[in-house]
Design a protein around this ligand. Structure first.
Ligand SMILES: [Zn+2]
Ligand SMILES: [Zn+2]
Length: 368
């Protein structure tokens, strides 16, 4: 059985309790745009059947974003891919899963280390003694490294430190808001922020109990589940979950239905990794964010990354400044990508293209 450690115990264990804590820049956040939220009583997830016994839990838009989950029912328990930003969200999905099957959740797979994909692990660990939590070796390492990026045990403290400031800002914005609709949305955000703050402080992070470093196959109660390690992409440890018989793949944030987040990513490798993924025989994608998509989404998403890289390289060779690049490339790629990348209130093209340009410039041109 997996011991559930408190966050402090984990930090102490790792000898990094005193790790430097930075003020959180909202742009550092993987997938959150705190300005938007639906009303608090809206369901957190919509379970959509993708294949026989395979479901996509499509996350509703919230103040702090939740990732999608893939739910795979087998003859011997349930496998869940990714666990959202907080235990209460995982518990909400667990309740929905129980409406489908009374089988226990036997395994949770984390696609990568970002906060919105693993912070709910502990809810499944508490509900299912003996739960296995599987991730890539790199993801397991990232979850305990103080400098890994926007996720992991040390990052919980960074979120805790940032919340009072976020809450104060929301209160100030509520005071200033005159439009009743906007005021109501802000009040909902405030309620969610305060609840999230309390949850963060009580987290007992459940880390992976099993890792894979190369592609592996699980035979789960009559179902084949492949864990594909295909190279660096959104992070250095992305895991793709592939069901060959059902022709479904769950991709985490390495392939999503909105703009990519590049800060912890490897832009040029990412294109190659998606090309490796393309070789697999699938026709449905359960992405980390957004709706279930056909395989053509891979071509569209990879096209954006490769066009972005080419545009940044060219503009840089032509002597453009970073600010010029952000504007020029944002406009240049818009006809092809703006509509397809802006289907939801979060992760829209214009919100992210400038930061994407900057990240590609730093990682590909300057190689810093
Ligand atoms: Zn995410
Ligand atoms: Zn991510």
């Amino acid at each position: 059985m997996t011991p559930l450690w408190t966050r402090r115990q984990v930090l102490t264990q790792l000898g990094i309790a005193a790790a430097a804590v930075h003020t959180l820049d909202p742009h550092e956040l993987c997938c959150a745009v705190p300005a938007y939220a639906q009303t608090a009583d809206k369901e957190l997830f919509e379970l959509k059947k993708v294949g026989d016994g395979v479901y996509a839990a499509i996350a509703a838009t919230r103040y702090k974003v939740n990732c999608n989950a893939a739910v795979i029912v087998t003859n011997d328990g349930v496998v869940v891919v990714d666990s959202h930003s907080k235990p209460s969200a995982a518990r909400a999905l667990y309740a929905e899963i129980q409406g489908i099957t009374k089988q226990p959740v036997r395994k949770v797979i984390n696609t990568h280390f970002h906060w919105d994909h693993w912070q709910g692990n502990e809810a499944y660990a508490a509900a299912s003694p003996g739960l296995e939590i599987i991730a890539s070796e790199r993801t397991r390492e990232n979850l305990t490294r103080p400098d890994a990026g926007v996720g992991g045990v040390p990052y919980i403290q960074k979120q805790i430190d940032a919340m009072p400031g976020d809450i104060d800002k929301l209160k100030a914005d509520i005071q200033k808001a005159s439009d009743p609709k906007k005021k109501a949305a802000l009040e909902s955000n405030l309620q969610q922020a305060e609840a999230f703050y309390q949850e963060l402080k009580q987290m007992r992070p459940a880390l992976p109990t099993r890792t894979v470093s190369t592609t592996a196959t699980l035979q789960e109660g009559g179902r084949e589940i492949q864990l594909q390690v295909l190279g660096r992409a959104h992070t250095n440890g992305d895991l793709f979950i592939y069901l060959p018989k059902e022709k479904i793949v769950a991709t985490g944030d390495a392939l999503i239905d909105w703009m990519p987040f590049l800060n912890d990513g490897y832009p040029e490798d990412w294109v190659q990794t998606l090309t490796a993924l393309e070789q697999l025989d699938f026709n449905q994608i359960i992405p980390g964010h957004g709706e279930v998509r056909p395989k053509s989404q891979l071509v569209f998403f990879r096209g954006y990354l490769s066009d972005l890289i080419a545009a940044v390289k060219k503009a840089s060779a032509d002597g453009a400044t970073l600010d010029e690049m952000k504007t020029k490339i944002g406009d240049q790629l818009a006809p092809k990508y703006e509509a397809g990348m802006s289907k939801y209130p979060l992760g829209q093209y214009r919100d992210r293209v400038g930061l994407n340009v900057e990240m590609v410039y730093q990682k590909v041109v300057k190689k810093s």
